[in-house]
Design a protein. Structure first.
Length: 242
């Protein structure tokens, strides 16, 4: 048995491992640098994250801290989340650069459009979650009744907010995945078009299940774009097949 067998790309196993290590270090460095910047600009980021809360309850949108370590924990969490969020273009690009040597020339030309569209769709999902979160806060407050006075712990607030933005951002990758499946020949635009009724039911159910706040407006804010993306993916798949 040979020490290293050449892959279809002409790279040995050792070269693949070296390439993976390089991509990992570049990604880790990007996350670290942007996490440090997020830690430095923590007041600005916190103000931005607090804005939906202030829109929901303009007269009382301060946070309640009951633990001396809550402030430090919050700042570290914001730095951690900020590092990953702001470095997303770099992470996706490094992933694509690692897998493209094993692709055919026709497949490699889609690398930049796929990375760009993945970043844009993820950012779009985060933006929708950001602007609908204020409505989610109002809904959750109204469910509890007027007898409850809301003073939120910033770490719990941040946890729910980040989870909602992550789920929206991730589900907004739906059209990118569909187009990739069409290009790979796993599904065809005709098959997707035939199954549009089942797709809408699945999208509606998934939106109800995966929306963290559970309010109707946030579910609609997720379901309506995903339905549009489904039909848009069929059109894009047809264009790419030509």
């Amino acid at each position: 048995m040979a020490k290293f067998r050449k892959a279809a790309t002409g790279m040995t196993l050792a070269e693949h491992l070296a390439e993976a290590r390089y991509r990992f270090f570049v990604s880790a460095a990007a996350v670290l640098v942007l996490a440090v910047l997020s830690f430095i600009f923590y007041p600005n980021i916190l103000h931005l994250l607090q804005e939906p809360y202030c829109r929901a309850t303009p007269k009382r949108c301060t946070f309640l801290v009951t633990n001396p370590l809550d402030g430090l924990t919050l700042r570290v969490k914001i730095a951690f989340y900020g590092g990953f969020f702001f470095s997303l273009p770099v992470l996706l690009w490094q992933c694509w650069r690692f897998i493209t040597p094993g692709m055919k020339a026709r497949e490699r030309k889609y690398a930049i459009p796929f990375v760009a569209s993945s970043v844009l769709f993820f950012a779009g999902g985060v933006a929708i979650a950001y602007y609908s979160f204020g409505h989610a806060i109002r809904f959750l407050q109204s469910i509890g009744g007027k007898e409850l006075v809301a003073f939120y712990n910033p770490n719990q607030y941040l946890g729910l907010f980040v989870l909602m933005m992550f789920i929206f951002g991730l589900t907004f990758e739906f059209p990118v995945v569909l187009v990739a499946l069409e290009l790979a020949g796993i599904v065809t635009p005709r098959q997707l078009l035939r199954s549009w009724r089942y797709a809408i039911i699945a999208i509606t159910v998934a939106s109800a299940v995966f929306t963290p706040s559970g309010d109707p407006l946030s579910m609609l804010a997720l379901a309506v774009p995903l339905t549009f993306f489904y039909f848009m993916s069929i059109g894009v798949g047809k264009l790419c097949k030509k």
